[in-house]
Design a binder for this molecule. Structure first.
Ligand code: SAM
Length: 219
């Protein structure tokens, strides 16, 4: 799919920056999960986890450091996998492994089962088909396994992004879109934002049923 290829290229352009940024945060002791994720995850000791859309492995490593028996990170971008392995090796974290795959085709080539599927923060919006995603998640879980997802609700994606900084919540985009949004930049949370073409998909299919039960503001 041309959008996925385009996104793959865009993400590859910030892999190295992410590696250095996450490595610095681990060294400073400032790489951690936010309050909500920590609280919701609870005790993951001994769990075998698969982390979808792991980027350069920072959260995969955090899960491993929190006591998971083993964590497998999967991402579309070969450069992300390269840097994820390098980060784990730099930090002497051995109970992780990483491999490259498009989530949309993962179930065709991977049949291992896990105790938990983990995915978070800006992941689902990159995927074109939530039904394929949900079936893939199920195929990755053993019978007592569960999915943990922490991500933006699609309602948020309807808001005018240019006004959000001023805390103005104007609806700009339709909820049910048939075509992906087009963005001209990528990154910004662990790298400079770079001017590249990316496609963000409509994710409302089933994702709109996943609603956080916390009412506290997210910081
Ligand atoms: C915003 S990041 C995920 C955030 C993650 N929590 C982190 O630590 O950076 C989105 C990730 O999704 C990956 N991605 C995008 N489309 C994908 C696809 N079709 N299959 C697998 N990974 C994909 C990108 O390569 C990128 O690493």
């Amino acid at each position: 799919m041309k959008e996925i290829e385009s996104n793959k290229h865009s993400w590859s352009q910030i892999s190295e920056d992410h590696y250095y940024a996450f490595k610095a945060r681990f060294k400073e002791g400032t790489q951690f999960f936010n309050y909500y994720i920590k609280r919701e995850l609870g005790d993951i000791t001994g769990k075998d986890i698969i982390h979808l859309q792991c980027n350069t492995g920072a959260d995969t490593i955090l899960l491993a450091q929190m006591g998971a028996e083993h964590v497998t990170g999967v991402d579309l971008v070969p450069e992300n996998i390269y840097y994820a392995k390098k980060l784990a090796s730099d930090l002497n974290v051995t109970n992780v492994d990483f491999f490259e795959s498009d989530i949309m085709t993962l179930s065709q080539k991977y049949n291992k089962k896990h105790d938990m599927v983990f995915t978070s923060e800006g992941a689902l919006v990159w995927l074109p088909d939530m039904e394929v995603w949900a079936k893939t998640v199920r195929s990755l879980l053993n019978d007592t396994g569960y999915l943990y997802v922490f991500d933006s609700h699609p309602f948020f994606l309807m808001l005018d992004e240019e006004k959000l900084d001023k805390q103005i919540y104007d609806i700009k985009y339709p909820y049910f879109k048939k075509t992906p949004d087009f963005d001209t930049t990528i990154g910004g949370y662990a790298s400079e934002r770079k001017g590249l073409n990316t496609r963000l998909f409509n994710v409302v299919d089933c994702y709109n049923h996943v609603i956080s039960y916390y009412n506290e503001p997210f910081n």
